[in-house]
Design a protein around this ligand. Structure first.
Ligand code: ZN
Length: 180
């Protein structure tokens, strides 16, 4: 099954900036390991990053964050995309709302998504829903997703497993499966 690695909202505002939290920094090494393994195996790497406009509905809930063109919407330097990676921008929680993502996945023949990044019960979970509704299998490595609320993270992982049939695993297991 063809898999793609999706890195969601590992941008300055969510990791080290306005909405940053220690858990987001903690998952960086796991994502780095997955990125290295994916790139060396030709697994497509796609970054999906908030880049908001003032009229986005989300701003009514959270206030201004990750505004398009600002530093806050840039991927953190530790996870900087490299040549061959794709970066798509989104205006709300679900990566499937990002223009062009579905077409891109279809073109690459992807059937399964590894979801990483922040926040577990917000953008990761909504993206798992988007993936499910669009017919994609979902894998969530729990050491590569984070929430400031540990209970919410636990609940969300369980929810994604029960409701979307997501496989909850960790980065080492995924990489072990790849080198077989
Ligand atoms: Zn947002």
């Amino acid at each position: 099954m063809k898999t793609a690695l999706i890195v969601i909202d590992m941008i300055k505002d969510f990791v080290t900036g306005k909405f940053g939290f220690p858990g987001a920094v903690k998952i960086v090494p796991g994502i780095q390991r997955l990125l290295a393994a994916a790139r060396s195996r030709g697994v497509p790497v796609i970054y999906a990053c908030d880049a908001h406009s003032p009229e986005d509905p989300e701003l009514r809930v959270w206030g201004e964050h990750a505004m398009a063109g600002t530093e806050g919407s840039e991927v953190i330097p530790e996870l900087r995309p490299v040549k061959g990676d794709v970066v798509v921008t989104k205006h709300t929680y679900d990566v499937f709302q990002a223009p062009g993502l579905k077409k891109l996945l279809r073109r690459k023949g992807v059937e399964e998504l590894i979801l990483t990044g922040v926040v577990t019960e917000i953008c990761i979970q909504h993206s798992a829903a988007g993936a499910f509704f669009n017919g994609y299998r979902v894998i969530v490595p729990e050491d590569c997703v984070a929430s400031p609320d540990a209970r919410a993270k636990r609940y969300s992982l369980n929810y994604m497993r029960r409701i979307y049939g997501a496989q909850i695993t960790n980065s080492r297991e995924i990489i072990r499966g790849w080198v077989k």
